[in-house]
Design a protein around this ligand. Structure first.
Ligand code: HEC
Length: 164
């Protein structure tokens, strides 16, 4: 009698465990809707997922300008220039100077580029601002994509002023 009771107790305790194991090791396979495998997933070297529209790749300069969009903000947009000026004075003037001449207060410790003499096009500037340089911090966390285009438009206006 005692032995039988033991077997019953073991069956009661072990039964659910064994049933659980059958699911865990997929001997009984159920397509749980909540499983993470139910999503488009790709192994390395398989077709990559399509890039979301309008996304800008980070570290894009490793493949020269690939994926950097053209500047979507018109260069003479007054709102963009106004925003660009504010953002420039906060984030850039300390090194590049209020007029972009490379003569900000930090110029005594390093040689910030004279932006009015920069030969970079908008995409090139975008890469510099996004990723920084050895002496310039990356600005991707300080400036949104739109902010960066506004700053670039403002730099263009500084260049136009300097050219006069
Ligand atoms: C900490 C100082 C510092 C700040 C802040 C800074 N820069 Fe720079 N930037 C530099 C230095 C120094 C260089 C020259 C490259 C180098 O030495 O690494 C440079 C180079 C550049 C260049 C490349 C110019 C060329 O033609 O080669 C661009 C464009 C630029 N900066 C834009 C910006 C913008 C826009 C901002 C603000 C969002 C900014 N920088 C903020 C220090 C700074």
């Amino acid at each position: 009698m005692k032995g039988l009771r033991l077997i019953v107790i073991l069956a009661l305790l072990g039964g659910p465990l064994i049933v659980g194991m059958l699911f865990t090791y997929e001997i009984i396979k159920v397509d749980w809707v909540s499983m993470m495998e139910n999503q488009p997933s790709y192994r390395p070297m398989e077709d990559p997922l399509p890039v979301p529209q309008d996304s800008v790749p980070y570290m894009a300069d490793y493949v020269k300008y690939v994926g950097i969009p053209d500047n979507p903000v018109p260069a003479d947009d007054p709102v963009s220039l106004e925003r660009g000026k504010v953002l420039y004075n906060i984030h850039c003037a300390v090194c590049h100077g209020p007029q972009g001449k490379g003569d900000g207060v930090m110029a005594q410790y390093m040689t910030p580029a004279d932006l009015t003499a920069s030969a970079l096009d908008d995409k090139g500037m975008f890469v510099f601002i996004t990723n920084g340089t050895p002496n310039m911090p990356p600005m991707r966390e300080n400036l949104t994509v739109r902010d960066r285009w506004d700053v670039i438009n403002y730099i263009r206006s500084l260049q136009a002023q300097a050219g006069q």
